[in-house]
Design a protein around this ligand. Structure first.
Ligand SMILES: *Cc1c(COP(=O)(O)O)cnc(C)c1O
Length: 307
């Protein structure tokens, strides 16, 4: 019994083309609305086994929601310290999962500092992306792909702090797919991995300038950066406009609402980039996300379309 569910793996007729099947791993269908429940669920179970009696998170987004969801299922309290920028909707979703939401500070930095100061002897701090337990949990999505009998030639995924990427690579390697490349997608303005690869060092963005807030980590984890030297990784950057357009198209094609953070990966799959043309089986991680509504996606489409 796990806290996450096994998700569907669908061959997308809308995205597939002559000579290439695009497979969608539907992580948007997780009970918390994103892949994060895999890793965070696994971490919470492990910390509970080690004696934790409360979980503390400083994410006002999908990581906080996954922690809330995991805590509720395990019967343990969850405190989420979220910055003032967290939408009323995200707060409401976390409260619905019975988390205590404390709104504090202008940005993640202040909220995170308060969250860390609250961690006592019987608490576990749940990081949004930088914890080996998370990666091991995320890796289970690749086990499911292998179990379904699909062998990907490349995996397209979105990168924020790099937790999803670390998990997918762990999953690829434990299934003997060491040479399967990862296409790591970010939006312009949240491209901390692309800029680090370019600079040859793990850089920190001065600020986030993208609407894809779930990709808004100013720096990727050391582990994620280290993988760029140990596993084949291709980095791609798309515009916010392309990410939003992909979300809207995806709603029509697959009847699911996802965040621009996920739309970034979908945009790459839809664009049919020449770099991807040689892959017969392209696996796209539909990472999901609950913080964008249909109305908001449409509003972004309007404002970004005009720019
Ligand atoms: C967290 C998240 C990401 C980025 O994951 P990282 O592990 O931070 O790289 C992408 N998409 C969605 C919907 C997310 O919630």
């Amino acid at each position: 019994m796990t806290l996450h569910i096994e998700t569907a793996l669908i061959a997308s007729s809308a995205m597939s083309k002559e000579g290439q099947t695009v497979w969608l791993k539907m992580e948007a269908l997780q009970p918390s609305g994103s892949f994060k429940l895999r890793g965070i669920g696994h971490a919470c179970e492990e910390y509970a086994r080690r004696g934790a009696r409360r979980f503390i998170s400083s994410s006002g987004g999908n990581a906080g929601l996954a922690a809330a969801c995991a805590g509720r299922q395990l019967g343990l309290p969850v405190v989420v310290v979220a910055p003032e920028t967290t939408s009323a909707r995200a707060r409401e979703l976390m409260r619905r999962e019975q988390a205590e939401v404390i709104v504090h500070g202008a940005s993640f930095t202040e909220a995170n500092a308060l969250a860390l100061s609250m961690v006592g002897e019987h608490d576990a701090f749940i990081h949004a992306f930088d914890d080996p337990l998370l990666w091991t949990g995320h890796a289970s999505m690749i086990d499911e792909v292998a179990h379904a009998g699909v062998t990907p030639d490349a995996v397209v995924l979105s990168v924020g702090g790099g937790g999803l990427m670390c998990g997918v690579i762990e999953g690829l390697r434990r299934n003997g797919w060491d040479k399967v490349p990862v296409i790591a997608v970010e939006t312009d303005g949240a491209d901390s991995l692309a800029q680090s690869i370019e600079a040859g060092a793990r850089i920190e963005l001065p600020r986030i300038a993208s609407i894809a807030t779930s990709l808004g980590s100013r720096q990727v984890s050391q582990a994620a950066f280290d993988w760029t030297r140990a596993h084949p990784i291709d980095s791609m950057v798309v515009t916010d406009k392309a990410a939003v357009a992909a979300c809207i198209r995806f709603m029509d094609d697959h009847r699911l609402v996802v965040e621009p953070a996920c739309g970034a990966s979908l945009a790459v799959a839809y664009a049919g980039r020449p770099e991807l043309a040689g892959f017969r089986n392209l696996l796209v991680i539909v990472c999901g996300g609950v913080t964008a509504t249909v109305a908001q996606l449409q509003a972004w489409e309007g404002t970004l379309g005009a720019s």
